[in-house]
Each structure stands twice: as structure tokens, then as C-alpha cells.
Design a protein around this ligand. Structure first.
Ligand SMILES: CC(C)(COP(=O)(O)OP(=O)(O)OC[C@H]1O[C@@H](n2cnc3c(N)ncnc32)[C@H](O)[C@@H]1OP(=O)(O)O)[C@@H](O)C(=O)NCCC(=O)NCCS
Length: 182
């Protein structure tokens, strides 16, 4: 994400929420989805999957801050022991993903989302609660957190709250139109 000065021509004020969870017991399961969904940890090709899903999921929601990343950038991001990528699959097809980044005792839900055709079927709640449970299974975790902003899906904030995350900060960031979201 690129932050710009308040006075920059064309810049837009975007509200950004930080939400957190401090207790694994706080995870609230999502509804049972209409379709059977499988949950899978990605082990092979993490960088390619991460890059592809960032574009396929986030492209519709203005996730542009990594658009210029090279294959080496994606490899540097994904091929680390503290990076964890989980996929949701419906009838063998990827419907969405959760990407976790552990930073000591904290785990960030770095990316999360559904492919457009799978939105609105109960998969978003299910996938997020599965991702949160994975986050709390990592060693030494004391806090799980996420950023979302008003450019994300209109139900994104509600989904995080419904899964037991609590708003701990609200900020305004100034963004240029081509670098919105994330
Ligand atoms: C955010 C996203 C995952 C929600 O997916 P979804 O298919 O709507 O998810 P679900 O149908 O499982 O609903 C999950 C929650 O969203 C909220 N929600 C969904 N539809 C809603 C509606 N029509 N009105 C109000 N809240 C709604 C509810 O909190 C719901 O939880 P509940 O079932 O316990 O009530 C999906 O829109 C998405 O992936 N968007 C693109 C990427 C994105 O914005 N990711 C988050 C970025 S940080």
C-alpha cells in the first residue's frame, strides 16, 4: 500500500481498521457453507500460489501494492518458515485462501479472500474461522491480528467481527486511486 500526503491531488482518505484476537477461545466458527469445502495447507509452489491468488482475489478489490513484485519478491515472501498459506477448495477448485505471517508471538492474517464467484455462499466465514484456528495452532502465539479497509468487500469488517476479532485501532490513510486496497 502506498501512503500519500493529505494534500496530494487525487488522494483519497481511506478508513483502515486493525482488529485483533487475544485468546484462541474467541474464534467463532462460520456458518456451514452450502457447498462441501476442503481445507488444505499449501506446501509446494507457495510463491506462485500466493502471487496468483493476490491477483485473482485482490484484483477486484484494489490490491495493487504488490502489483510490481517480481517472482523473486514473491519467493522471498512465501518461502519462509513463518509464512503459512491455506486454500479452500470446492469440488477440487480453489475458492479462496488465507495467508498467515507469524511475527514472534503475533500472527497477521496477511491476506484472506474468496474468488468472486464463491462470495455469498457462507464460505467466507467458514474459511476465516479455519484460518484463525490455524493461526492459534502456531507455536507461542499470543495475538492474531488483521488490517482491513473500507475498499475491501463491504462485508469484510463484519466477517472479522463475527469471527471474534475486535477492533483495536482505526486510522485514516491517504491513497492514490491506483494503489487502493490491501
Ligand atoms: C469478505 C468475504 C470473505 C466475505 O465472504 P462471504 O461469502 O460474504 O462470507 P459469508 O457468506 O460466509 O459471510 C461471512 C460473514 O460476512 C458477513 N456478511 C455476509 N453477508 C452479509 C450481508 N449481506 N450483510 C451483512 N453482513 C454480511 C456476516 O458477518 C457473515 O457472518 P455470519 O454468517 O456469521 O453472519 C468476501 O466478500 C471476499 O473474499 N471479498 C474479497 C476480498 C476481501 O475483501 N477480503 C477481506 C480483505 S481484508
Amino acid at each position: 500500500m502506498t501512503l500519500v500526503d493529505e494534500g496530494h491531488p487525487g488522494a483519497r482518505a481511506v478508513k483502515v481498521w486493525t482488529l485483533q484476537q487475544l485468546d484462541r477461545a474467541a474464534v467463532v466458527p462460520g456458518r456451514v457453507p452450502k457447498s462441501a469445502v476442503q481445507w488444505q495447507r499449501a506446501v509446494a509452489n507457495k510463491a506462485e500460489l500466493s502471487a496468483g491468488l493476490y491477483e485473482r482475489v485482490g484484483g477486484a478489490w484494489g490490491w495493487f501494492d504488490r502489483a510490481a513484485w517480481t517472482d523473486a519478491d514473491w519467493a522471498g515472501w512465501a518461502n519462509r518458515d513463518n509464512h503459512h498459506l491455506f486454500l479452500g477448495l470446492v469440488e477440487g477448485e480453489i475458492c479462496g485462501y488465507v495467508e498467515l505471517d507469524q511475527q514472534g508471538p503475533e500472527v497477521e492474517v496477511a491476506f484472506f479472500g474468496l474468488l468472486a464467484e464463491f462470495i455469498g455462499q457462507g464460505l467466507g466465514g467458514w474459511l476465516l474461522s479455519a484460518g484463525l484456528r490455524e493461526a492459534w495452532l502456531l507455536p507461542g502465539v499470543e495475538r492474531v491480528w488483521v488490517h482491513t479497509c473500507e475498499l475491501d468487500a463491504p462485508t469484510a469488517l463484519a466477517n472479522y467481527q463475527a469471527r471474534g476479532l475486535v477492533i483495536c485501532d482505526v486510522a485514516i490513510e491517504w491513497r492514490l486511486p491506483l494503489v487502493q486496497g490491501g
